[in-house]
Structure formats: C-alpha cells, structure tokens
Write a protein that binds this ligand. Structure first.
Ligand code: NAD
Length: 425
C-alpha cells in the first residue's frame, strides 16, 4: 500500500538500502505494509532558509531537518554542511539515526539536519584561493550561528538535540550552546563548555576501531599483519586512524576530497595529521594511491561521504571486510556486488554508533560537575557495540541473512515493539 507520506509529497524516494532492508524485515516478520511504512517515512520535515552575511555579501542558504522517529526518545542527529544536501538524503540519514539508536538500544529517536552550502563558494566570494582554516571556520560559524538562532525554540524545548556531522564539529556545537545556554540542547560540545563530555570528539572513530579490532580478533590475524585503507580524514577517519595505528595496524592508503596517499609499509598517522592541519588535505603528503578502491587491503573503511562505494568501486574492491564509518557509503547496487564477492559489510548503523552512544551520555548528564573520563565513555561504546554485534551475528546465523540485514532486523523489531507499546501501530 502506498504511504501517506508519498501521496502527500508527490514524489517517491529512491529505494535506499535502509528502505530495502526495512521492507525485507517486514516480509520476514510478516508485518503489515502500513506498519513498515511508519518506520520508513519521517514524522516531520522542516525546510528552512538562513540569511547569512559573509563580509558584506548577503546570501541565502537552504537546509532541512528530517525529524524521523521519536518513538524511543527525543529527535537526535547531526548537522551537516555540504553542497550535495537534499531532502531525500537528509531523510535517509535521519532514518539511519532511528535505526542506529534502536540497534544499540539507546532511549533516543532519529533526526538529521542538512544545510546545503559549498564552502569553495565562500573562497570565491572572499577572493581567496589557498586553503585557509580561518575562512573555513568563519563560514561554518556564520551558518551555524544563524541556524541556532532560527531553531532557538526547538532547541530550547529539546525537541531536537543536534550533534556534529560533515563539516561541523565542537566549535560549531559551542555556538548552539551560546544561543540556548542549555547544556543538554546540543551534544559534541568542546572541552569546558557546560555539559561537555571527555571522549565525545573521538567517540565515532573509537567505535569504528572497536569493530575493526573485533574483526581482527576473529580472523586471528595479528594487528601488525592487518592492512587498512580509509576514505576520509576528518573527525571519523582521523580518529579511527589514530586508534588503529596505536594497535599496530598498517594504514596503507587514505583518501580525502582532494586526493589520496599510499604507502605499502604503512602511513605515519601523526605526521599525516599535522600535514592535514596545515594544508587542509592529505594530498601531497606522499605518493598517491594508483587506484584507491583497488588497493590490496584486508579492511576498507569508508569514513567520508554517502554513496562513495558505487558499482564501479565495488567491482574493484579487494578487501575482505568493509567497515562503514560514514553513513550510507555503499549503494544498494554496490552492496549486491560485494555480497556476491563474499565481502563482509559491517553496516554504518553499527560501526559508527560510537558517536551517538557518547552523545547519549552527554545529553543525560548535562549538569554533572564530576565528569566521566575517556576510558569510561570508551568502555560504554565498546560494550554497546560489542553486544549489538554479537546479537546481530546470532540473528544472521539463525536466519541465514547478511549481518547488514540482521542489524536492521534487530533494530526494526525493537522499534516496532516500542511503537506497539505506545499504541502507535
Ligand atoms: P568531516 O567533515 O570531519 O570529514 C569528512 C572527510 O571526508 C574529510 O576528510 C573530507 O576531505 C572527506 N571527503 C569529502 N568529500 C570526499 C570525496 N568526494 N572523496 C573522498 N573524501 C571526501 O566529517 P565526519 O564528521 O568525519 O563525517 C564523516 C562521515 O561519518 C559522514 O558520513 C558522517 O555522517 C559520518 N558520521 C560522523 C559522526 C561524527 O560524530 N562526526 C558520527 C556518525 C557518523
């Protein structure tokens, strides 16, 4: 049966991986289409326009928030600034948040904000060519300050509690706090801002690291013999690189928006990080990878953008495992190819859940004067991701389904139960 959302909006969303998976779970459990649709479609979507003034240049910036599902708790989800934002990919990302929070059993719902802006446009407007960290942070701050002002009431009511995502980080979250002065109105705040949480900045990367560490333990391979390629060297990519490097794993290739680097004997992560701080990219640190997705590695970690692994990339991939640090980095068509090749995919809703697990602690302890330390936060991430991975692996084995589908199974089953208990279905 067609959903009310589709009739209302008049346009059908492309069948994303999460939609396909939710429908498959519905079939397995014999659930009505009406109930399946209540998990697929968002409860509320806001489109907004922000008026920004960049050193005398007034510009309109469009964005939207998809408030996907709050059956299990407040709407929670990051804010991204990117040129490829649209309503449909924002809805998909918000749906992944709902599935993720349910999978790792947090009392939170799912949401996402996408703000469409190409930061390179700001360079043109301001007549600059060279990478300049001050320009990047100035532009992001202007956008987020205006966003926080526009969303003041929603944020103050804690109807929606945002966090960092692509092109936003602790500095931008501090601006949201500046608008609300309410510690639990935003998570991912920097050190010293009331309600901040040690370990939150590294949390997503740490969760991805835990998944990789568990895989290495299962294969009985030594960390020093394990090779990894990482796409993205932002918050998630750089932190997972640091943790893996510390364990002795060899990171042989890294790619970002401008180019890639490759070193067979392993890249020095600390030096790469210093290089990126000054140059804004990994490009030029050492030789590039001839073909990033075709590199010979045990584990590929996409930790940058949506749809990075398409059919073309999937055909080249030689890795045995893909650990999804990014949200929705593998297209459904690529997924089919990879599954046929026997590549095991650890899905985004499990691998990158570390960030929202830490955020749940930050949200729940806003006025704590006695902070948890990094180790306690990391311990919680390790336990929650480890437990969900074990439960999903058991479901995958029992039902002979992929781990990807098993994660959606576990999550959707929990969500349906809650919605039933609330009388929503
Ligand atoms: P970020 O802005 O800190 O970093 C993004 C990285 O991706 C940069 O290194 C950038 O150069 C690279 N990149 C951009 N376009 C690219 C392209 N076309 N090809 C290759 N690399 C490209 O963002 P982040 O916070 O690290 O987020 C990365 C991914 O992880 C996103 O999918 C995000 O939704 C997901 N995620 C982030 C968090 C978090 O806590 N920050 C939590 C869960 C999931």
């Amino acid at each position: 049966m067609e959903s009310g959302f589709v009739t209302f909006i008049g346009k059908q969303e492309r069948p994303t991986r999460s939609i396909n998976n939710i429908r498959k779970v519905g079939d397995i459990l014999g659930i009505d289409d009406d109930i399946v649709n209540t998990i697929i479609y968002p409860q509320d979507v806001h489109v907004f326009r922000l008026h920004i003034n960049l050193v005398g240049h007034p510009i309109n910036v469009w964005g939207c928030t998809s408030f996907h599902n709050r059956a299990r708790g407040i709407y929670k989800g990051g804010i991204r600034i990117s040129s490829d934002v649209d309503i449909w990919n924002t809805i998909e990302l918000s749906r992944l948040m709902t599935l993720k929070t349910s999978l790792v059993d947090l009392e939170l719902g799912g949401a996402k904000t996408g703000i469409r802006f190409d930061i390179s446009e700001a360079y043109k407007l301001l007549g600059k060519k060279q990478y300049d960290i001050k320009i990047e942070s100035y532009v992001k701050k202007e956008i987020i300050r205006e966003f926080a002002h526009h969303y003041r009431e929603i944020l103050l009511k804690k109807h929606y509690v945002p966090a960092p995502d692509i092109n936003t980080g602790p500095a931008e979250m501090a601006l949201i706090y500046d608008e609300t002065h309410e510690p639990s109105s935003v998570t991912g705040k920097p050190e010293g801002v009331p309600g901040w949480l040690p370990g939150r900045k590294e949390a997503t990367g740490y969760g991805v690291f835990i998944v990789v560490k568990n895989l290495i333990a299962k294969t009985k391979q030594k960390p020093e013999e394990t090779t990894v390629a990482i796409q993205g060297f932002g918050n998630v990519g750089s932190n997972v690189a640091f943790f893996l490097d510390k364990l002795g794993v060899k990171i042989v290739a890294v790619e970002d928006k401008d180019g890639s680097v490759y070193k067979e004997e392993g890249i020095d992560v600390a030096s790469l990080s210093k290089y990126v701080t000054s140059n804004g990219t990994v490009k030029g640190f050492c030789d590039p990878a001839a073909d990033f997705f075709g590199v010979e590695v045990d584990i590929m970690i996409p930790a940058a953008i949506n749809d990075a692994i398409d059919v073309k990339a999937a055909k080249k991939i030689k890795a045995k495992y893909i650990v999804e640090g990014a949200n929705s980095p593998t297209t459904p068509e690529a997924m089919d190819i990879l599954e046929k090749k026997g590549v095991i995919i650890i899905p985004d809703i499990l691998s990158n859940a570390g960030g929202v697990i830490a955020s749940s602690v930050e949200y729940a302890n806003p006025i704590s004067t006695q902070k948890m330390d990094n180790e306690e936060v990391f311990g919680m991430i390790k336990r929650k991701i480890g437990k969900s991975m074990d439960l999903a692996s058991d479901i995958a084995k029992e039902r002979s389904i992929s781990l990807d589908l098993a994660c959606t199974f576990l999550s959707a089953e929990r969500l349906i139960k809650t919605m039933k208990n609330r009388g929503w279905t």
